[in-house]
Unconditional design. Structure first.
Length: 276
């Protein structure tokens, strides 16, 4: 049965490999990318993989909260329902740390943008829908001041690890909040050191087969084995559901993080509405 699936960061790395797998299965895929030329080429390539697949493309810079909001509105104007959202886009090394919203770009793309996109698109999902969030084996305690700071003055590695734990924390919080109403919220570590641009930039390694990551994302998105996985962290290094970092199992810490995100977005989006 054809599913309607949105994938962010689908023009390279794990996102592209996942889009290829899903296109070959004949699904209706909404791909997102930042570069219009690259996105157009990927759309053409995916369309050739299956006569049944439907491919649509959406351009947005996820470091800009207004573009994230516009992306969500564009999707909602064209679609009344979605089956799956895969929040795949992520950054590690960046040339410019501070975004035009005066936030840290690593926290913005890896934590805040997927939270905003998820919240805006929630009305399109029913109880059987799934939102798959790309976590990481790299997780460390989140400094909430750094989360809302324009330049936390920290190295890429520590901020990346914080941003991925923050994503995992809000995933678990939202899963519990939604309960049986759905959709399922599933944080997944797709496996360490896969051969993505992010890994090459971060560690200077060629990395392992991207298909390992794409396969687990497709399973998390569609397979029966993940039908009761909402709020459970899947670690593809071990191939098991496991406990994430202890902070993500702390209800109070998760609530504080989500409150910080909600306050930040309320302030940011209100500022933008006044400046229009």
């Amino acid at each position: 049965m054809q599913k309607k699936i949105m994938i962010t960061g689908a023009t390279d790395g794990i996102g592209l490999e996942t889009a290829k797998m899903l296109a070959q299965q004949g699904h209706h895929i909404l791909i997102h990318g930042r570069n219009p030329t690259k996105l157009s080429k990927v759309e053409t390539g995916l369309s050739r993989l299956s006569k049944d697949a439907i491919i649509e493309s959406y351009v947005a810079d996820l470091s800009s909260l207004s573009e994230v909001e516009a992306l969500a509105n564009q999707i909602k104007s064209k679609h009344e329902e979605l089956d799956v959202l895969i929040n795949n886009a992520g950054v590690y090394k960046v040339s410019e740390i501070t975004t035009k919203d005066n936030l840290d770009v690593r926290f913005t793309v890896n934590t805040i943008a997927p939270y905003l996109l998820t919240q805006k698109l929630l009305p399109l999902f029913d109880a059987n829908g799934r939102i798959v969030n790309l976590s990481s084996a790299a997780q460390s305690s989140v400094d909430l001041e750094a989360l809302v700071s324009p330049n936390p003055d920290a190295l890429d590695g520590p901020i990346y690890a914080q941003s991925k734990l923050a994503l995992t924390m809000w995933s678990i919080h939202l899963a519990h909040q939604l309960g049986d109403q759905g959709p399922l919220i599933i944080p997944v570590n797709p496996a360490s050191f896969l051969g993505s641009k992010l890994v090459k930039d971060a560690y200077g390694l060629e990395g392992n087969d991207l298909g390992i990551g794409a396969d687990i994302l497709c399973r998390a998105a569609l397979s029966e084995e993940f039908s009761d996985a909402s709020g459970r962290y899947f670690d593809n290094d071990s191939g098991l559901f496991k406990d994430p970092h202890a902070d993500a199992l702390d209800t109070e810490k998760n609530q504080k993080l989500v409150t910080t995100l909600d306050q930040l977005l309320a302030e940011q989006l209100e500022l933008k509405s006044h400046s229009r």
